[in-house]
Design a binder for this molecule. Structure first.
Ligand code: PNW
Length: 504
């Protein structure tokens, strides 16, 4: 797209947001948040670190996927990315300037164990990088929240047994890797996340093929069963690591552990039709209940999934179910990644044999032609704060677990231009509206929300979309690697200063 065209769109989007009736109906009001509410920024290793072969790091499936020809990542890779590997101290100083309480980041498994497996060598140099990061955060009074797995599986584990497709092997290697992380970092880390977004790992990486390792029908993989096997592996590996953390580390380290689930809120395509009302609810059960019911409720897959998927869905043994039942209560918080809302419409024609939705079509426009909200720079991400509030209620009612928003944010159009980025009013309003939704969920609906981590600290490698969409509250010039805080960075700093109050 030409610079002129993208400028036009940027203005257009801001105008659209200003003129949107929804926007006026729920204008940013800067509603209060609890005094102990924490705010932070989030990133993931592959998206920011670079240093792809530094310090003895082994390859991950993303190092491979981002270099295949023809490219499936917009011709771009993250060998250097934001060069956080070399600029970590500067990035922590920047967060300190923004007065964040928390930094959520992920560990690159293949930086710590280059080949990934339980018999493979450990890289002390890789461990030292994260030691320095954690120490530097603590010096600045910033709490590290650490994700063990944010999509960058060691290539060695994919090559030897297909990664997530081999439940027993993966689980044993993940437990070993997690134990190493707890023993090396755990005395300084109070919040652990095992997996980031199991839904995306299962569906996007093993059915749609947009993310590494890129399995999809066209590649000849079995899309009818693979995603469900991957989900099964994640659930059991998560539960085993929770059990191990609780029995071996928690009493001395006093930290907590859980998982991060993403999910849209779904509204019925036609709110007058019962089948669409049911479809919206069932879409969330298939998206979130898949992992939430097993992990937070400690029970089998939702009945609707068992019925619809039949033999495509793996079965838990009685031992598995006992493990789920025993570990459920130890998931101390519900990590929620949330960006947008969609409409769900029940289809009636026969679905494809690898359908994963229970034959539901999703989109941004309802039967009356009403759009769910103004567009961001990514088609699927619309501004819809009411849906966010409803999702917070849905999750709270179902799981009764304190919620942490572990990711929320949006990309704006035209932000490669520093002036547009600095003046990111679209994002500031998005944040303002979504924070108001949290306030309402807390004070009007009684939902327990503990914190909010903006995605992302800085512009970074957006997976299959490469360096196109920019989610940062800090602009990164990919030529010079200069960081410049956007307006939204100062907005968040100031809004948390103003909004956090003691209410009786
Ligand atoms: C999350 N969706 O991914 C990831 O955790 C981040 O690494 C990523 O950069 C961020 O959101 C922005 O995309 C998602 O289609 C990717 O619903 C896609 C979806 C949701 C989350």
């Amino acid at each position: 797209m030409s610079a002129e065209a993208s400028m036009f769109q940027a203005t257009d989007v801001v105008t659209q947001l200003n003129e949107s009736p929804d926007y006026h109906a729920s204008h940013v009001q800067e509603l209060p948040l609890p005094s102990n509410f924490s705010w932070g920024t989030a990133t993931a290793a592959y998206q920011i670190e670079g240093g792809a072969d530094r310090g003895g790091k082994g390859k991950s499936i993303w190092d491979t996927f981002s270099h295949i020809e023809p490219s499936r990542t917009n011709g771009e890779h993250a060998d250097v990315a934001c060069d956080h590997y070399n600029r970590m101290p500067e990035d922590v100083d920047l967060m300190s300037t923004l007065d964040v309480d928390v930094y959520r980041f992920s560990l690159s498994w293949s930086r710590i164990i280059p080949l990934g497996g339980r018999e493979d060598a450990i890289s002390e140099e890789g461990i030292a990088f994260y030691d320095k990061l954690i120490d530097k955060l603590l010096e600045h009074d910033i709490e590290p929240v650490v994700t063990l797995y944010h999509w960058d599986l060691p290539q060695g584990l994919y090559d030897t047994y297909g990664g997530f497709l081999n439940t027993d092997e993966f689980r044993a290697d993940f437990i070993h890797y997690a134990r190493l992380c707890f023993s090396r970092f755990g005395s300084r880390v109070q919040k652990w996340v095992t997996f980031n977004e199991p839904y995306i790992i299962s569906i996007f990486a093993h059915l749609n093929g947009t993310l590494a390792p890129g399995h999809c029908r066209e590649q000849g993989t079995d899309t009818t069963t693979e995603p469900w096997r991957v989900g099964h592996t994640i659930i059991l590996s998560h539960a085993s690591v929770v059990q191990m953390y609780v029995s071996e580390f928690q009493s001395s380290q006093n930290g907590s552990i859980s998982i991060v689930l993403n999910g849209h809120f779904y509204e019925p395509f036609d709110s007058q039709k019962q089948i669409d009302i049911d479809a919206a609810e069932r879409r969330m059960v298939f998206y979130i209940g898949w992992f939430g019911d097993t992990i937070f409720l400690g029970q089998d897959y939702p009945i609707a999934m068992q019925e619809y998927l039949g033999v495509r869905l793996p079965k838990f043994t009685s031992e598995d179910l006992e493990l789920l039942r025993q570990t459920a209560q130890f998931n101390a918080f519900y990590g929620m990644n949330h960006y947008s809302t969609k409409y769900a419409r029940q289809l009636t024609d026969a679905p494809a044999n690898d359908d994963w939705t229970s034959n539901i079509e999703e989109g941004p426009v309802n039967s009356a032609g009403v759009e769910i909200g103004p567009k961001s720079a990514q088609e699927w991400l619309r501004v819809a704060p009411e849906g966010f509030r409803k999702l917070l209620n849905w999750v709270w009612k179902r799981y009764r677990r304190p919620v942490i928003i572990t990711e929320n944010g949006c990309p704006c159009v035209g932000e490669e231009d520093l002036q547009v980025a600095i003046n990111d009013t679209f994002r500031q309003r998005y944040f303002g509206l979504y924070l108001d939704a949290i306030s309402r969920a807390i004070y009007e609906d009684g939902v327990d929300v503990m914190g909010y981590y903006a995605w992302s600290l800085m512009d970074n490698y957006e997976w299959a979309a490469g360096y196109g969409p920019r989610y940062g509250i800090v602009h990164v010039d990919y030529e010079t690697l200069t960081r410049t805080p956007k307006g939204s960075a100062w907005y968040l700093r100031d809004t948390f200063k103003r909004r956090r109050v003691v209410l009786s």
